[in-house]
Design a protein. Structure first.
Length: 385
């Protein structure tokens, strides 16, 4: 049974879900607040058989392989630039690593002729009716939909409108992170410098510039690059190594993204005719599993709708059961103290950790075990390919 489905968010999860729903023959609209697809961004990675199987069933595994960055080593340096140790690419890159922007573009290329993808707009209200959901938008005319999915990130607009304010579900973990483009070349190798509570990194495959710093919650406009650069400038004032050069290279760029390291705490991912996908329902920023969880979640949500013959109540129950169990990894850990340890002693301990191959192999194996902790169901073959 064909349904009219609205997805908020044109990120990895939203576009992956649009891909599957369109293949099953549904009429899909994706609305994205950003004015266009965001290029580049950080590298995201996939671990283990479950992630790779979903990519293969989507028909994009080989495309992703062609665009793979290949996990690169990141070197810890001191204030004089001397290399103190290395974080191996096998730890940071999983089995397959690709720039977020490249993956989003691959997905967008697959769905743009089969779904209506609208940029520069956002949902302003959602009201459930006896037979659907009435949505209003900042720019577009109101519309009626059978189902709505919030795939709009850890600061989800859909979650706020349907489940309640962000403060009820999102827990700040005491750190912020930022990704930024640079107008200066700092060399081909990935270099990481720490002082207590602060990390700055340049080069490598993850991002041109990467920052993590300890901070209480901040008030700022997440869509204002100048405000974000001002926060970074203050946070990194007086830091050693080449930090002043890196911060100077940020000035004037619009390619910057600053956000808190936060974790979503939810026990229900669906309500009525609305479901949450990915970081909106089970996110843990910089947790290392966000893209994989979103990809698998999209596969399960669309597949359960198909298996239930369009009965969203049955499909949502199964989706809830499967993802609540699988996403438990996102409810653990905090990357902030690991990436930006609070003391020099903790920094040295973190660096030494990567010298011991048995411990490194154990950490990698644990990550893969969490990523593969799901039995993927063979859903009905989509009639529309």
């Amino acid at each position: 049974m064909t349904k009219k489905i609205l997805i908020s968010g044109a990120g990895i999860g939203g576009l992956a879900l649009a891909h599957w729903l369109a293949r099953y023959g549904h009429a899909v609209t994706v609305v994205e607040k950003a004015p266009a697809m965001r290029p580049g961004g950080q590298a995201v990675d996939f671990k283990g058989a479950a992630h790779l199987t979903v990519l293969e069933r989507m028909g994009i595994l080989e495309d992703v392989r062609r665009h793979a960055t290949g996990g690169a080593d990141l070197y810890f340096v001191d204030a004089d630039g001397r290399r103190l140790g290395v974080m191996p690419g096998e730890f940071t890159g999983g089995d397959l690593e690709i720039l977020r922007g490249d993956l989003a573009r691959l997905l967008h290329d697959r769905v743009r002729d089969r779904a209506d993808v609208v940029f520069g707009d956002s949902i302003t209200s959602l009201a459930e009716t006896p037979d659907g959901v009435r949505a209003t938008f900042e720019r577009a005319a109101p519309g009626a939909y059978d189902l709505v999915v919030g795939a709009d990130g850890i600061h989800s607009n859909v979650r706020r409108l349907v489940f309640g304010p962000e403060r009820d579900y999102v827990r700040h973990q005491g750190h912020y992170y930022a990704l930024a483009g640079l107008d200066r070349d700092f060399g081909p190798d990935g270099l990481m410098y720490n002082e207590p509570g602060r990390l700055v990194s340049v080069g490598g495959n993850k991002a041109p510039a990467f920052f993590v710093f300890a901070s209480p919650e901040l008030e700022y406009d997440r869509y204002d690059p100048e405000a974000q650069i001002a926060i970074l400038t203050r946070a990194y004032a007086g830091m050693g190594w080449r930090t002043a050069e890196v911060v100077e290279a940020l000035q004037g760029t619009r390619d910057v993204y600053l956000d808190s390291i936060s974790r979503v705490h939810m026990e229900e991912y669906t309500r009525g005719r609305v479901a949450l996908l990915g970081d909106a329902g089970y996110g843990n920023t910089l947790g290392g599993f966000g893209s994989g969880l979103a990809l698998v979640g999209a596969y399960v949500l669309a597949g359960e709708l198909a298996a239930a013959g369009g009965d969203h109540r049955a499909a949502f129950r199964r989706y809830q059961e499967i993802l609540l169990r699988y996403s438990k990894v996102a409810r653990k850990g905090n990357a902030g103290p690991f990436l930006a340890p609070p003391t020099w002693r903790r920094i040295r301990s973190r660096n030494r950790l990567f010298r011991y191959r048995p411990m490194l192999k154990l950490m990698i194996a644990m990550g893969e075990r969490f990523a593969t902790g799901i039995d993927l169901r063979d859903y009905p073959v989509p009639a529309h390919r």
